[in-house]
Design a protein around this ligand. Structure first.
Ligand code: ADE
Length: 362
């Protein structure tokens, strides 16, 4: 992953990315971070890049031409179609979903402003994305660029250690992390919760999920409104099962995956709530297929949102219509095709779902 950072303070970028996890990633050649000094593209011999604002008022404005030339240089290095992200408080605040979307690119150009801002005309001509890192005003975009580089780099394969995964982040679920403990077992008279010493993996996961919910409710109730329990149902060829597992894992650490080829599941009453999200993954079915109406006769929703993904080779069995008649609301396109064999397709499908969920919550 390549980051080109357009800035008046290149040393600030260089210093910060050379430490810690991003430092290791740079050293291992997994990411490159190249500052481009906007001052090098100044149009006058004093190397000035700012001027007084038309219409008067306090502060200075960055001139359009040096910024334009700096962007052109960054595009020459990173590719003509590279997204140009302007860090500014006048934008939507960066989210984990957006970070993941940016991580799907092979290069990004980050434009850092200073003074009162940058001439509007060059922004209109060059910028593809506007990003804020929070509702407060910083002295420049560099800290924002560093935040974005750090968060995006975590998704670059190899940047995190083997046991860590950027996808297993609870924020992916719109939940805060559960509390963590390490040795000693008793510290300042405070004991580690008993359940964590039990060795019962299932109960530990359940406890952690509960703690995440409690913590989110206390500290970020706004996030809790966005939380959806992922419930994935698959049927047809076994590849659909593998895709369902991968997609669920990319979406949530608390997801449930069920194989609806199984008669026992088709017979069992399964009522989902409005806080659930149903993801249906349909593969190619054989000659003894019972059909969607029979398969889902015991499945019901309560205005539960659902997404339907189908392998290219799967026939349309009318599942979307059946589910809509059983209390589910279709989100996204009807029967989104995706190749069950491609990791990239799974990643994109997860992103499409998360984007839709973020929009629904707004
Ligand atoms: N530049 C100044 N303030 C900023 C913010 N909050 N986010 C991103 N860039 C900025």
């Amino acid at each position: 992953m390549k980051f080109e950072v357009l800035t008046l303070f290149p040393e600030m970028i260089g210093q910060a990315v050379r430490t810690s996890v991003t430092g290791r990633a740079v050293k291992n050649g997994l990411i490159t971070v190249d500052p481009v000094n906007i001052r090098d593209f100044s149009c006058n011999r004093h190397m000035r890049v700012d001027d007084y604002p038309y219409g008067g008022g306090a502060g200075m404005v960055m001139e359009p031409e040096p910024v334009f030339r700096a962007v052109a240089e960054a595009k020459r290095r990173a590719g003509e179609n590279t997204r140009v992200i302007y860090l500014t408080p006048q934008a939507e605040v960066l989210t984990q979903t957006k970070v993941e979307e940016f991580a799907g690119e092979s290069a990004l150009i980050l434009l850092c402003g200073h003074y009162e801002g940058i001439d509007e005309r060059v922004l209109a001509e060059t910028v593809t994305d506007y990003v804020s890192i929070g509702d407060y005003v910083l002295t420049g975009g560099e800290l924002g660029a560093l935040v974005l580089i750090d968060a995006v780099s975590r998704f670059v394969p190899g940047v995190l250690g083997n046991n860590e995964s950027a996808y297993f982040e609870s924020l992916q679920d719109n939940l805060l992390e559960y509390p963590h403990y390490t040795r000693p077992e008793t510290w300042h008279g405070k004991k580690v919760p008993e359940i964590l010493l039990s060795g019962d993996h299932g109960r530990v996961e359940e406890w952690r999920h509960g703690q995440s919910l409690i913590r989110t409710k206390e500290r970020r109730p706004d996030l809790l409104r966005k939380f959806r329990r992922i419930h994935t149902i698959w049927y047809g060829a076994p590849e659909a099962g593998e895709a369902a597992e991968a997609l669920t894992g990319a979406l949530s650490r608390f997801g449930i995956v069920e194989n609806y080829n199984r008669k026992t599941l088709q017979k069992r009453k399964n009522s989902l709530t409005g806080q659930d999200l149903l993801v249906l993954v349909s593969g190619r079915t054989g000659g003894d297929d019972p059909g969607a109406a029979a398969r889902f006769r015991n499945l019901s929703g309560a205005r539960t949102s659902f997404f339907l993904f189908a392998d290219e080779t799967a026939e349309d069995d009318g599942a979307a219509g059946i589910l809509q008649s059983r209390g589910f609301c279709l989100r996204g396109a009807d029967r989104m095709n995706f190749s069950f064999r491609s990791d990239d397709a799974v990643r994109k499908a997860a992103l499409a779902i998360r984007n839709e969920l973020d929009n629904m919550a707004d």
